[in-house]
Design a protein around this ligand. Structure first.
Ligand code: ZN
Length: 334
């Protein structure tokens, strides 16, 4: 895998709200950045055309800047998706997207080998090859933001699964009779500890009149998100503190189970909520010590992510370089 970071690529990060693209050099420098709104309400075709045109502009900018030609294109996208076929299956935050052959569309437009991977798997590649999990043979990336996602490296290889769905750790059951998850299942950690879940609990506290600081912060609109629940907790709302404490315990319990099952060297915490609530790191550590076997609990390090928002662009560098030489992905070449 040493050659995996040897050639520059064109990286595209398709998010629920924003499309970002950049030229990524082997030294991890990002150049020729471009961005645009995803705006999935305009329909699938408009979004795909926007992705192609943003990527095309990055390619043209890089050419004008005299940079070496990129060897391929990487696309980070919300899951579920099929990296083998290069198809975005049906992401819940991209309305109307069902079995979209994104690799074929972007590959045809740019004229370079193109590869697709789930955003959380891209993130762990960034942290594993170039960040907080560098050098580890066994690592887990946990992202806590709107949802809870993850990526897993076992024996020095990313765990992708037969259908590309491995690593969906946010849908581990941590409370048998817990709240319903967005997928309709009960007790998933995402339904307890994601930004969406924390905001839902905050709105319930507001409605019950149990969170005076939250009520002041929310103002007349009454709009509540996870960050506001955090602010209210910091200001002294005990009920908001309890919501967060319960969420962090759930994430810690999930990590303890992962430690028992996978015996990782490092767990990396990323995503906007994890990065904004540094107490999560200590709480995860405590729950691992409390709930996991002593030997793997002593082994595992709990680290914060190093690449923040660029994780989805940087992680595509090793992915594209490795897949260019992987016969399993040869069929995706345009
Ligand atoms: Zn779920």
């Amino acid at each position: 895998m040493d050659e995996a970071a040897s050639q520059p690529i064109l990286a595209i990060d398709l998010g629920g709200t924003q499309i970002r693209a950049a030229y990524v050099s082997p030294d991890l420098a990002l150049a020729c950045r471009r961005a645009g709104r995803t705006d999935d309400r305009e329909g699938l075709e408009a979004v795909v055309e926007r992705i192609c045109s943003i990527a095309g502009r990055v390619r043209d900018d890089a050419r004008e800047a005299g940079l070496p030609d990129p060897v391929g294109v990487g696309i980070s996208s919300p899951g579920p998706l099929d990296p083998w076929r290069g198809v975005v299956t049906a992401p819940p935050n991209l309305a109307g997207w069902v079995d979209v052959p994104l690799v074929e569309r972007v590959g045809d437009y740019i004229g370079l080998p193109t590869y697709l991977e789930r955003d959380t798997n891209v993130a762990i590649m960034a942290e594993w090859r170039h960040g907080a999990a560098q050098g580890a043979d066994d690592a887990i990336y946990v992202t806590v933001s709107t949802g809870i996602g993850g990526g897993i490296v076992v024996d020095g290889r990313p765990l992708i699964g037969k259908d590309g769905t491995a690593g969906e750790i946010g849908h581990m059951v941590v409370e048998l009779d817990g709240p319903l998850c967005g997928d309709g299942c009960q007790g998933h950690v995402e339904a307890i500890a994601s930004g969406t879940a924390i905001a839902r609990e905050g709105r319930a506290l507001l409605a019950a009149g149990n969170a005076p600081h939250l009520a002041t912060l929310a103002g007349p609109t009454g709009e509540v998100d996870a960050a506001l629940v955090g602010e209210a907790a910091d200001a002294g709302d005990e009920a908001c503190q309890s919501v967060l404490a319960h969420a962090w315990t759930a994430i810690g319990a999930m990590c303890a189970s992962l430690v028992n099952v996978l015996n990782p060297e490092v767990i990396v915490l990323g995503g906007s909520i994890a990065l904004n609530r540094p107490e999560l790191q200590g709480r995860v550590r405590d729950e691992i010590n409390r709930r996991a076997f002593p030997t793997p609990a002593r082994r595992v390090r709990v680290e914060m992510a190093q690449h923040a928002a660029d994780v989805s662009l940087i992680g595509l560098l090793p992915i594209v370089n490795a897949r260019l030489h992987d016969p399993a992905f040869a069929k995706e070449h345009p």
